[in-house]
Design a protein around this ligand. Structure first.
Ligand SMILES: O=c1ccn([C@H]2C[C@H](O)[C@@H](CO)O2)c(=O)[nH]1
Ligand SMILES: [Zn+2]
Length: 136
C-alpha cells in the first residue's frame, strides 16, 4: 500500500472521532505487515483523562486481534503543521514497532512529515530495561 492510500485511510478513520469536549478530531491508519489496515480515532470522556488518542486506539485494536507486526502508521488532524503524537502514543509505538518503521504525520492541508518510531521517542523505555532490573 502506498503512502497516499494509507493517509486516505487515516482520513476515513478520523470521521469516527468522538470529540464532544475538544472538537479536535484525529485519525490514525496502522498498516500491519499482513496488509490489514487498522483504523483509530480519538475517543474522549467527560472524565477527560480517560481519553484515548487515535494512535493508541489503532494499536489496541490490532493487538487485541492478535496482530503485533506493523509496517507503517499515518496520523492526521486539523493542525497548522503535521500533527505531533503525544508521549503516551510514542511509547506505545516503541513497544510494538521497529525503530525504523515509517510514521507519516499529516494534516488536512496536505502537509506530510515522514519520520520514524525511533526519531519520535529516542531513549524509549523498553523490555531490555526490565531485563536489567530483573537481573539485580
Ligand atoms: O496525536 C494526537 C494528538 C491529540 N489527540 C487527541 C486527544 C484529544 O482527544 C484531542 C486533544 O488533545 O486530540 C490524538 O488523538 N492524537
Ligand atoms: Zn496520544
Amino acid at each position: 500500500m502506498d503512502v497516499k492510500a494509507l493517509i486516505d485511510e487515516s482520513i476515513v478513520a478520523r470521521k469516527n472521532a468522538y470529540v464532544p469536549y475538544s472538537k479536535f478530531s484525529v485519525g490514525a491508519a496502522l498498516l500491519a505487515k499482513d496488509g490489514t489496515v487498522y483504523h483509530g480515532c480519538n475517543i474522549e470522556n467527560s472524565a477527560f483523562s480517560m481519553t484515548n488518542c487515535a494512535e493508541r486506539t489503532a494499536f489496541f485494536k490490532a493487538v487485541s486481534d492478535g496482530v503485533h507486526t506493523f509496517a507503517a502508521l499515518a496520523v492526521i488532524g486539523d493542525t497548522e503543521g503535521p500533527i505531533s503524537p503525544c508521549g503516551a502514543c510514542r511509547q506505545v509505538m516503541a513497544e510494538f514497532c521497529d525503530g525504523a518503521m515509517p510514521v507519516y504525520l499529516t494534516n488536512l492541508k496536505g502537509d506530510v512529515f515522514e519520520t520514524t518510531v525511533a526519531e519520535l521517542l529516542p531513549g524509549a523505555f523498553s523490555k531490555e530495561d526490565l531485563n536489567f532490573a530483573n537481573k539485580q
